[in-house]
Design a protein around this ligand. Structure first.
Ligand SMILES: Cc1ncc(COP(=O)(O)O)c(C=O)c1O
Length: 459
């Protein structure tokens, strides 16, 4: 591809990286013998590494982020123009892109009304936890301070967010954690915990059981992913969400939906929760909001929640005493506005539904040939295939073999993902989340690479 650095030009960069960069979520011993992957350029769905190798990126920047694809000059241009005009002022004041993006975002979220800006998904979630705690102090006399979270969900990397990690391998060794965060069971029907017909309702009833066990007057909120991402691409079963909403209403528990992965189009609607007709009190989002062209996260609340923080203006402690320095960067909302325009003008939500269906159909077709695929799950362009050693017993496939499938796809020039250091013994789900611009040929190339890789690794 024209313009990307040759292997020779870039070798000094790779050396500098090897010597000085501490990469995310990776054991570094192997870099004593192999080079880290340095991605130097991207266009559409494709990226190029420092050695000039081309890949189809089937995971949008490895972690479900680059929703509108790489190399979008229009986003770069609006960000550049905004930075030259006004790059930063703390969020105590307003900004043009901050106001305009908030208005645009809320137009896609009926029932929601206020946008609080910060920088990462973890931070957006922490804001909610702080709001819930402050509501406990100021409205409930110190009651309703506990926050429920679900087994297999993930909400971020900070200590508070990790206190709500339903993934033991992410949370282990970083405790002790703060009090008041309580886990409820997961809802993945493939790994059944109850032998009933209406599995969705039963899995939601497990939340009620936890509320009753803890005491309804101690529980203030529950945080849930609309579709669990890193915990195994779990699409909740029919009936689940309706029942969750009823339970929240019944016990006056605020509903916090973590849309960090699903938000802004990933499942073929603007927000994952909109697939289920539920009415959250808080919605958090990050990754796809600006497709990685700038750092931005949003904590969105209803006006009713917002009002609780201004009701008592005589009390100097009762408003939300929180700031995120870089929540005042204008590049985030400027990029996010353009990102949303692209999704609308290019009809990417429709494309996501069509290409998501094609992905799931292709994966289901592979099930005929590869007994190792135990279950295929997906919502829009957010799909997973759980690999098992035995379909009957559902014994998970050895995670080293699952990693070998990912490596084999990589060798073929297709970057896919897998559940990574999430649940002990259950890092066995292949993950696909290409950019929302994927074409039928792209999808077929991705699932074709998986087909070959499964044959190579499992026979
Ligand atoms: C569902 C979910 N919530 C929150 C986060 C944390 O986001 P960040 O890494 O931007 O802090 C992630 C990250 O993968 C996520 O998948």
């Amino acid at each position: 591809m024209e313009g990307y650095a040759s292997a020779n030009d870039i070798s000094a960069v790779v050396e500098a990286d090897k010597k000085h960069v501490w990469h995310h979520l990776i054991q570094h011993k192997m870099f004593e013998t192999v080079d880290p992957r340095v991605i130097v350029e991207g266009k559409g769905l494709r990226v190029w590494d420092a050695k000039g190798k081309e890949y189809i990126d089937a995971v949008s920047g490895a972690v479900w982020t680059v929703n509108v694809g790489y190399g979008r000059e229009s986003i770069a241009n609006v960000v550049r123009d905004q930075l030259v005009k006004m790059n930063y002022f703390a969020g105590v004041g307003g900004s043009i892109p901050g106001a305009l993006f908030a208005e645009k975002l809320i137009s896609k979220m009926p029932g929601m009304s206020r946008v609080y800006y910060s920088n990462s998904g973890s931070e957006a979630n922490e804001k909610v936890y702080k709001m819930v705690r402050q509501i406990s102090h100021n409205v409930h006399g110190g009651k309703k301070w506990k926050i429920l979270y679900r087994e297999r969900d993930y909400h971020g990397t900070t200590i508070g967010a990790l206190a709500t990690s339903g993934q033991a391998e992410r949370a282990a060794q970083y405790g002790p954690y703060p009090d008041g965060f309580v886990m409820v069971p997961h809802c993945l029907e493939y790994r059944k915990q109850w032998d009933v017909e209406n599995y969705g309702e039963r899995a939601a009833d497990a939340i009620e059981e936890v509320i009753l066990r803890e005491g309804p007057d101690t529980v203030g909120a529950i945080v849930l992913e609309p579709v669990t991402a890193g915990g195994g691409v779990i699409v909740p079963p029919k009936g689940y969400w309706e029942r969750v909403q009823e339970i929240c209403k019944k016990y006056n528990v605020l509903l916090h939906i973590d849309e960090v992965v699903c938000g802004v189009g990933r499942t073929g609607v603007w927000f994952g929760y909109q697939n289920y007709g539920i009415k959250p009190d808080f919605v958090t989002m990050a990754k796809g909001v600006a497709s990685g062209y700038a750092a931005i996260s949003c904590t969105v609340t209803t006006e009713a929640v917002f009002d609780l923080f201004k009701a008592n203006s005589a009390d100097p402690m009762s408003y939300f005493r929180d700031i995120s320095t870089f929540g005042g960067c204008t590049s985030g909302p400027a990029a996010a506005l353009e990102n949303m325009r692209i999704i609308e003008d290019e009809n990417l939500l429709d494309n996501t539904l069509r290409m998501g269906k094609r992905t799931v159909d292709n994966l289901n077709a592979l099930m005929e040939k590869h007994k190792v695929i135990g279950d295929v799950r997906g919502a829009g362009l957010f799909c997973g295939a759980e690999l098992v050693a035995d379909r009957k017993t559902k014994e998970p496939a050895d995670e080293k073999k699952v990693a070998a499938v990912v490596a084999e796809c990589n060798a073929q020039g297709v970057i896919i993902g897998m559940t990574n250091r999430s649940l002990p013994g259950l890092n066995n789900t292949l993950c696909l989340s290409p950019a929302l611009i994927a074409t039928p040929d792209d999808i077929d190339a991705i699932t074709g690479a998986i087909d070959k890789a499964l044959t190579k690794v499992f026979g």
